[in-house]
Write a protein that binds this ligand. Structure first.
Ligand code: PGA
Length: 259
């Protein structure tokens, strides 16, 4: 079974002081994570403070975006090399908020995915359809287009090191999560595509996370689905107790009766 992964996307929340405190609370609440990996993605400005708070713990550090160049005249941008220097191990790419509010294209996202790899970062590629696209029966077309374009040109070996998140746009920050069946159906479809792009064997290793209004109350049912390998958590990751509640559900998704 693929080890569960829970990623906190703090978005544009948290001053350095707040981020340090939240990271410390998560760290203290997760002394010996078992059967689970956890990564916190604070805003750029808090990366150093969170890295310090997490030092020596099993919790990883990630970022929410990056540029594709290593350095240069790109005012306001942050490069993958800079993230790696801070100790980031993954970077969220192609989040729907980047696509919608900052007009990121699939071609740009693909450049970012490749640049992330070049600097030793694991890309977490986000895909997902809008409410309108779902109502028009376009869900599979949309996620397929985003997946193929985002991962274009990667070797099967590189594909095997990618992470994917299915985040239906209508579920993000709305309180309305995809049902376990809805999410599982799309995850299965994405894994089929990954088998085609890499190989069946490699696709079995690629973790596909679900994101969109994940809470402690719904995490158990979502994560019990064999195709759902973890969660990308926004709003509910801003409170340590709520986030830890989700992490617990993910750790026990195999259903250890003693725990
Ligand atoms: P949400 O956000 O958990 O607040 O819905 C998820 C995300 O945008 O990654």
């Amino acid at each position: 079974m693929r080890a569960a992964l829970v990623v906190a996307n703090w978005k544009m929340h948290g001053t350095v002081v707040e981020a340090r405190a939240l990271a410390a609370q998560v760290r203290d609440g997760l002394k010996r994570p078992r059967g689970i990996e956890v990564v916190l993605c604070p805003p750029f400005t808090a990366l150093a403070a969170v890295a310090e708070a997490l030092a020596g713990s099993a919790i990883g550090l990630g970022a929410q975006n990056c540029h594709w160049e290593t350095s240069g005249a790109f005012t306001g941008e942050v490069s993958p090399a800079m993230l790696a220097e801070h100790g980031c191990r993954l970077v969220i790419l192609g989040h729907s908020e980047r696509r919608q509010q900052f007009q990121e294209t699939d071609a740009q996202i693909n450049l970012k995915v490749r640049a992330a790899f070049a600097h030793g970062l694991t890309p977490l590629l986000c895909v997902g359809e809008s409410a309108q696209e779902r109502s028009q029966g376009l869900t599979f077309n949309i996620v397929e287009g985003q997946l193929r374009a985002g991962l274009a040109g990667l070797s099967p070996e590189a594909l095997g090191r990618c992470l994917v998140a299915y985040e239906p746009v209508w579920a993000i920050g709305t309180g309305v999560n995809a049902t376990p069946a809805q999410a599982s159906e799309v995850h299965g479809y994405l894994r089929g595509l990954l088998s085609e792009l890499a190989s069946k064997e490699i696709a079995q290793f690629i973790r596909i996370l679900y994101g969109g209004s994940v809470k402690p109350e719904n995490a158990g049912a979502l994560l019990r689905e064999p195709e759902i390998d973890g969660a990308l958590v926004g709003g509910a990751s801003l409170q340590a107790q709520t986030f830890l509640g989700i992490v617990k559900k993910a750790a026990f998704r195999g259903g250890n009766p003693k725990e």
